[in-house]
Write a protein that binds this ligand. Sequence first.
Ligand SMILES: [Mn+2]
Length: 232
Amino acid sequence: MSKHVRKRKRILHSSDFHLDQPGDKACASLKALVKLAVEEEVDMMMIVGDLFDHNRVSDKLIKFVIDQLQCLKAPVVILPGNHDCLVPGCALGKDEFWSKCPNVRIIKNSGGEIVDFSEVGISVWGRPIDTFEDMKPMEGIPAPGNNGYWQIALAHGYYVGNGASMFPSYHITEEEITKSGWDYIALGHVVTFSCVCSKPVAYYCGAAPFTGMAAMVELSDETGVQVSQYEL
Ligand SMILES: [Mn+2]
């Protein structure tokens, strides 16, 4: 029996908007990202940490974000990063706003969770930063499921390879990525677009307001996982 060939999918991978005030440059970047996602008819959009610069942002700014994300039919996955970490009173925890946006899924389970998006055939794992202490963004990642979906892991932190790092916290190691078994590792926290691993494919998408770009991830069982930058 031949292996089941999954449907090709395209995911828009972004991170590190660091939204602070309504109308700032980062807000324009988010708006451009949503426009691109609509035009390209992507299957999913992901924001891998630090959507907000801090947790004291105004309700007006949160409403702006929700107005934008509601323009999409595709599911949007948001991972809390170190700047918008999931602590009491945080921006991503204000359910009175986020509940109005059914296509948005915020990864909240402490220690990590898998979310299956059956409508698009994609499973997502992520572990939110939910503390002001150090943590390991890929610690405890389970083996991917056997549901025939694309398996995408999200992590917000520093890739440190297999050695010591000059960076103090949020370490992601080479071994955590290579042994994960997931199809694609979507990374956030680092400003520039960069590939850190080819098997499985793992990329930093870069900070959209800084690079003016987002990463398009094309998933295909025939041609593999390919990542390229799209201008915002
Ligand atoms: Mn960060």
